[in-house]
Design a protein. Structure first.
Length: 343
């Protein structure tokens, strides 16, 4: 346990519930997230005027003395692994990584090792603070295993809270490069009549639906208009491929960040990602519109052609505006070259 408990008093006009009052009044320097405060409360580590309280709904009053026994950060059960990382930016609070396709972000039953978190534990070593009570990196957002590109990871509770708030408020900038079947155009009557799809000025396709787990395949997400989690994607055509155009390079910007969001949304509007084994469908590129080399490159692309190219946010401690760009990985660059008909 820490040597001294964290002590503070409840301010004026407190929320009706203890858990909400703790979130509001806990000193910022303590860097205790809402989740960690709830855990400490349930573990009996919170005292109100000297008495242990575990009930989140307990009442508090102005001036009540709060004492929290904050345990020292424990070592993570996840093993550190010496895996090379493409570090784009790093300081004492956070690290930005350009993740390669094929790397899982966090250990899971099917991927217990070789993940980004395993690599970060080795890379960061003793510079990690007790994120969530364990000495480990804090995953604020994720990108799919076979999607490449940028993501930011917190190294302290304070950074984790600040970054998470920005992602929850949708104020972080996220732009993806995607290579898709067909070309979404405002002139397409099919898209004009599709529920959830609309066009904004500049031929920007806006896709707004609910997303929920697929009814029969729990590994997939599905579009829904009854319930689910609200999701909004905007897509803009950057380049068209073929004569007539049969594929396109899109810039996709996320207003929300749901599991598989871009992949599901583009499939919903009939412009699935090239190479996507889950949502890509059986659509094939026109052999009349593209060269044999382009067709071969697309058919041989075995992951979703999706890259997290831009990431922007305010530094959670200094407030400095940070923005990063990651170039296309070699496999997507080669695919695009082939689709252009270049040697």
């Amino acid at each position: 346990m820490g040597q001294d408990p964290l002590s503070f008093r409840i301010g004026d006009d407190p929320p009706a519930r203890l858990d909400k009052a703790l979130v509001r009044d806990v000193p910022e320097v303590a860097a205790l997230s809402r989740t960690r405060l709830a855990r400490l409360l349930g573990e009996g580590a919170v005292r109100v005027n000297g008495a242990v309280v575990v009930e989140a709904k307990a009442r508090v009053a102005t001036g009540d003395l709060i004492e929290i026994d904050v345990p020292d950060a424990r070592e993570s059960h996840i093993a550190a692994e010496d895996i090379a990382l493409a570090v784009v930016y790093e300081d004492d609070e956070l690290i930005v990584i350009d993740k390669p396709a094929g790397m899982v972000v966090h250990p899971a039953p099917g991927s217990p090792a070789g993940t980004l978190v395993n690599a970060l534990l080795h890379h960061c070593g003793d510079t990690l603070s007790g994120v969530g009570g364990a000495r480990r990196p804090g995953i604020v957002h994720r990108i799919d295993k076979d999607t490449s590109g940028l993501l930011v990871v917190a190294k302290s509770d304070a950074a984790h809270q600040g970054l998470a708030a920005q992602f929850e408020a949708h104020s972080a900038e996220r732009a993806y490069m995607a290579v898709v079947h067909g070309v979404p155009e405002a002139s397409d009557p099919r898209l004009r009549g599709l529920r959830g799809a609309s066009f904004e000025p500049g031929n920007v396709l806006r896709i707004a639906t609910g997303l929920a787990r697929h009814k029969t395949d729990r590994q997939r997400q599905a579009v829904t208009f009854e319930g689910g989690r609200h999701a909004v994607t905007r897509a803009r055509v950057l380049e068209r491929f073929g004569h007539p155009p049969a594929a396109a390079l899109l810039e996709c910007r996320l207003e929300t960040g749901r599991t598989h969001q871009i992949r599901v949304h583009l499939a919903h509007v009939g412009h699935g990602l090239i190479g996507d084994p889950v949502y890509g469908g059986r659509r094939k590129l026109s052999q009349k519109a593209l060269s044999p080399r382009a067709i071969e490159a697309a058919q041989g692309f075995t992951r979703q052609a999706l890259h997290a190219a831009v990431l922007g946010f305010d530094h959670p401690l200094t407030g400095e505006a940070l923005r990063f760009e990651a170039p296309l990985p070699a496999d997507m660059a080669t695919l695009i070259t082939a689709l252009r008909g270049e040697v």
